[in-house]
Design a protein around this ligand. Structure first.
Ligand code: ZN
Length: 141
């Protein structure tokens, strides 16, 4: 049974080289969008592959030696960086989670990849998982 108000949008994996990482998932049978996207706010380039109707693999590769993803790789090496859940209203969900005692990383939602408004919940308050919540601003066809 699908839940329309919260579903997995992507699993993000921090990588040092998009081409090398992409090959792993292509060998598994996934197809990547040939358009890569630079997300300035996070200082990364992203590559997306659909897994099913909703879920993607998102490879995130640091643009340079700065930014949160480079810091993550320096500390932890390559690997799973965050899970992203799609919600209808990211502003509302941020406020709800905050009221429940979760630690939001950003005061206000901001533009992430794929024309989505996003915020992040700190792993300290979620049992060790960085969780992104995301609201797609793409019109549904
Ligand atoms: Zn993400």
């Amino acid at each position: 049974m699908f839940n329309k108000d919260c579903f997995l949008d992507h699993v993000a994996i921090a990588v040092k080289n998009l081409d090398i990482a992409q090959k792993v998932y292509e060998d598994l049978g996934l197809k990547f969008s040939n358009k890569r996207e630079v997300v300035e706010s996070q200082k990364v380039t992203t590559a997306f592959a659909h897994i099913d109707e909703h879920a993607h693999i998102e490879l995130i590769c640091p643009l340079n030696s700065e930014g949160p993803v480079q810091k993550f790789i320096d500390k932890n090496g390559e690997g799973i960086h965050h899970l992203c859940f799609s919600v209808p209203d990211v502003e509302k969900k941020s406020a709800e989670m905050k009221a429940l005692g979760y630690q939001l990383i950003h005061e206000r939602p901001f533009m992430g990849a794929n024309n989505c408004l996003v915020n992040f919940i700190h792993p300290k308050s979620t049992g060790g998982v960085l969780i992104e919540i995301s609201q797609s601003l793409n019109s549904k066809e």
